[in-house]
Design a binder for this molecule. Sequence first.
Ligand SMILES: [Zn+2]
Length: 112
Amino acid sequence: MKAPHLLLGILAFTFLCCSCASQHIFKGKPTYTDSNGETYCSVHSRKLISARGYSQSSGVCILPTEKYLKWASAFPNHNTEIANEKSELYDIPIKFRYCEACRQDLAEKLAH
Ligand SMILES: [Zn+2]
């Protein structure tokens, strides 16, 4: 008689773990385009900002924190992995787009 209870417990635990882990993950398409061809953030419905920045050279690996991994997917247009200033690590010039609200919300979550 213990097996059904154990199975139910495992199922309940699995459901809770999956629910907690997935509540911050944005699962839809991160952007959408309006009839004028402008691209918007699907989370905030704000027009993406075009900018120039620098990406990392290949061969450089910076491990993200657990907190960053948790929240980065909730704000899919943050593009914080791109630096505004050129440096030794970030030396490849690129054009990119981002959502200011995604950046602000991610920064707020990482600050707490
Ligand atoms: Zn956004």
